[in-house]
Each structure stands twice: as structure tokens, then as C-alpha cells.
Ligand binder design. Structure first.
Ligand code: GUN
Length: 290
């Protein structure tokens, strides 16, 4: 059994990005910039945003957080997004989800300029992913693909079972696997007999936030396990969706949680923001030439 070490890989990626930011600064004088919208008091969201901000600082990005009260209006958030779309210091825009119930999330995600959509949630980028065209891909599934690539795991022809069908993780995860020529199944809350599906899987990718959802009797020998879930136990310990102790004994590769996919998500946000900054710099230099 080999651990897929997301912490180590994310560190390597962040070092590469730090160097690229230095190069970008010296060649065009530009600094990649990320703007984050955080609404309300959700503790988990605040923690994630703080981690994202720290990661930006570490690699030399400019970052700004628009910290808004729970009661903020739809119009006020829309105004902020429009302002960021038009701000040349901002290359990437991220709206931390979930948003309060009175907010129309879809409308906000559609308002983000697709070329600044570093979360890959705009329908334009979703469409590009599904049709296997270059664009922005959601950070968590993108991080999973990077992790598989690092360990030279080729999913071509493999049976991959994705557990969870969210727009943020499950659906883009399935698209990326399909684009990589895997055979893909998506299981979700209404799936009858989950075990029947996972037992047939060469790769199980699970991200639903249910502690110990995947147990050793549900997987075959030498399975590859990607645990995207993060939950807190009653004792306050962070754990994934997989019974790591027992499932790892049957696995060929497995991600720990925490320390697997989580750090890769942040590394991919940095990578997407750098990509946006490079695209935007190239566009500006083209405009100044003509
Ligand atoms: N909430 C949970 N995961 C994510 C994510 O990847 N991006 C954003 N914006 N919000 C989230």
C-alpha cells in the first residue's frame, strides 16, 4: 500500500508557483491577484478562506477578501463582483460557498467573468470541461488528477466509481476521469446498494462528508482510494469518508484525509490563479502591441 501524499505534492507545486511568480514579476511587472468573497459567519468557510489567503501570501500573490455580513443583499454582492471583473489587479475571483439562503448563488456564479473564474464554476467553464476543452477546472477534482499523475496512475480503461454528485466535486471529477479515458460511474444519495458499485471499482473516489461510508468489505483487493471527504468527529478530529485503517490494508494506493486531497485543492487554486494571471498578461501585452 502506498500513500498518495497530497501535502508533499502541494508543497512542491507551491514552490514551483513561487518561482513562476518571481519570473512573472520580473518579465512583465505583474503580480497575480485573487479576490475572495466571504459571506456570513460559517466557521468552516472562514477557515478555508483564511487558508487560501495564507497560501496566496506564501507564493507572492496579491489577495483581497471581501468579508460580508450574513444579511448582505444580492445586489451588493453583484456590485462587488462587477467591480472585481473590471479591476485589472484581480486575475481570479472566488465566491466561497455555501452562501446564505436568500442569495441566488447561480446568478452570482454566472456573473463572474469566465476568464477570472478560478473555481471553474461558471457554466462556460463547466461546458468547456465537459467537452474536454481548455478552461478553468474546479480545484478539488483537478487536485485529484494531479495527485494521480504524480504517482503515475493512469485511469485509462479503469473502472472509476465517484461517490457524490455535487457541482463542486463529483460531476467535474467524473468529467475529468472520462476525459482521461476511464469508465466512470457516479453514485449518489439515491444510489441503491452502493457496495455493489464500489466492489467493482478499480478506483473509488468519495467526497460526501459521511464518516466511514467506505468500509473494507465494500472494496476489492488492490483498489485505489481517493478520499475527498473531510468531517470532524465528536472528539474534534478531522477524518475523511473512508475507514482508513481497514481499507488501506486492501488498497494499492490511498489518500489520507486530512493530508491528501485537501492541500491539493489549495495548490490548484494557486495554479488556476497563476494561469489566469498569465492569460490576462498576454492579453494586455497583445492589446498594447496593436
Ligand atoms: N466550498 C466548498 N468547497 C469549495 C470550493 O472549492 N470553492 C468554493 N468557492 N467554495 C467551496
Amino acid at each position: 500500500m502506498q500513500i498518495l501524499d497530497g501535502k508533499a505534492l502541494s508543497k512542491k507545486i507551491e514552490e514551483r508557483i513561487t518561482q513562476e511568480v518571481k519570473d512573472l514579476k520580473s518579465t512583465c511587472g505583474c503580480t497575480p491577484g485573487l479576490a475572495v468573497v466571504l459571506v456570513g459567519q460559517d466557521q468552516a468557510s472562514a477557515t478555508y478562506v483564511n487558508m487560501k489567503k495564507k497560501a496566496c501570501d506564501k507564493v507572492g500573490f496579491y489577495s483581497i477578501t471581501h468579508d460580508m455580513p450574513e444579511t448582505i443583499s444580492q445586489e451588493a454582492i453583484e456590485k462587488t463582483i462587477i467591480m472585481m471583473n473590471n479591476d485589472s489587479n484581480i486575475d481570479g475571483i472566488l465566491i466561497q460557498l455555501p452562501l446564505p439562503k436568500h442569495i441566488d448563488t447561480t446568478k452570482l456564479l454566472e456573473l463572474v467573468a469566465p476568464e477570472k473564474d478560478v473555481d471553474g464554476f461558471h457554466p462556460y467553464n463547466v461546458g468547456r470541461l465537459v467537452t474536454n476543452l481548455d478552461g478553468f477546472v474546479p480545484c478539488t477534482p483537478l487536485g485529484v488528477m494531479e495527485l494521480l499523475r504524480e504517482y503515475k496512475i493512469d485511469v485509462k480503461g479503469k473502472n472509476c466509481v465517484v461517490v457524490g454528485a455535487s457541482n463542486i466535486v463529483g460531476k467535474p471529477m467524473a468529467s475529468l476521469l472520462l476525459n482521461a479515458d476511464a469508465t466512470v460511474e457516479i453514485c449518489h444519495i439515491f444510489t441503491d446498494d452502493l457496495k455493489k458499485h464500489t466492489l467493482n471499482a478499480d478506483v473509488v473516489l468519495v467526497g460526501v462528508g459521511i464518516i466511514n461510508l467506505i468500509t473494507a468489505d465494500m472494496v476489492k483487493d488492490d483498489v485505489i482510494i481517493i478520499d475527498i471527504g473531510v468531517s470532524r468527529t465528536k472528539e474534534g478530529k478531522l477524518v475523511g469518508d473512508v475507514d482508513f485503517l481497514n481499507v488501506s490494508k486492501k488498497s494499492s494506493y490511498i489518500t489520507p484525509s486530512p493530508g491528501g486531497v485537501g492541500p491539493m485543492t489549495i495548490a490548484m487554486l494557486l495554479s488556476n490563479t497563476l494561469k489566469a494571471a498569465k492569460n490576462n498578461a498576454a492579453k494586455l501585452s497583445k492589446q498594447s502591441e496593436s
